[in-house]
Design a protein around this ligand. Structure first.
Ligand code: G3P
Length: 218
């Protein structure tokens, strides 16, 4: 399973990359806006720091403009993936871009039908939004299971990116349901490796070690 970092913050990306845990990056207009930097400049910098795919989203709504914007974004680096929203125009754009060899990430997927259409259009990645589905009182994990089944049934090449990941359980759900990738906010990573019983256990071991050395007079 691959981990992407869901942020446009270069320092966060570097920290996770240094741990060997960053297989790629996803951004969206909200995440880029938080950085208060030029869009192209920040995406180019992220692409130079990370070897894996980096998703950058179009903001146009009409397919012709999406395609135009996507072609420009795709020139910024070799590891760019263009994020396109799941709309009728988005599907049209994905279809055109996939034929040109431009990698796409179809975003804002909330149903198996939407995922199936994105796969048929040739999306490289499809992004179901786990957290936002759970917010509606539904189960994001079930959607990932269904999308995985569809991919396996028809040997689609699209990979599932579990997005809108908000807590440890979402990462575990994504892994158990068979998502190819989970895109994880930088701030969530420390929670993945931390556990109160790990801290307590380590503390106990070291205390016992100190006592043992004192007893032996070392
Ligand atoms: O990858 C999409 C993600 O950034 C959205 O997350 O928490 O705003 O639903 P959230």
């Amino acid at each position: 399973m691959k981990f992407f970092v869901d942020t446009a913050n270069v320092e966060e990306i570097k920290r996770i990359n240094n741990l060997g845990l960053c297989d790629g990056v996803t951004t969206n207009p909200t995440l880029v806006s938080k950085e208060k930097r030029d869009f192209e400049e920040v995406i180019r910098e992220i692409c130079s720091v990370v070897e894996g795919p980096v998703s950058a989203e179009v903001t146009a709504l009409k397919s012709e403009e999406m395609v135009k914007e996507a072609r420009e974004i795709a020139k910024w680096a070799d590891n760019i993936v263009v994020k396109i929203p799941m709309t009728e125009d988005g599907l049209k754009a994905i279809n055109i871009l996939s034929k040109e060899g431009i990698k796409t990430n179809c975003t804002l997927i909330f149903s198996a039908a939407q995922g199936l259409l994105a796969m048929k259009a040739g999306a490289t990645y499809i992004s179901p939004f786990l957290g936002r589905i759970d917010d509606m009182g539904e189960y994001g994990r079930e959607l990932i299971e269904d999308l995985k089944t569809i991919i396996d049934n028809y040997a689609f090449e699209s990979e599932i990116i579990a997005a809108s990941v908000r807590h440890i359980g979402h990462v575990e759900d994504a892994a158990v349901a068979g998502a190819h990738i989970a895109t994880i906010p930088g701030k969530l990573f420390p929670k993945l490796w931390s556990h109160v019983l790990t801290d307590k256990g380590l503390n106990d071991f070291l205390n016992d070690w100190e006592k043992y050395k004192e007893e032996l007079g070392k």
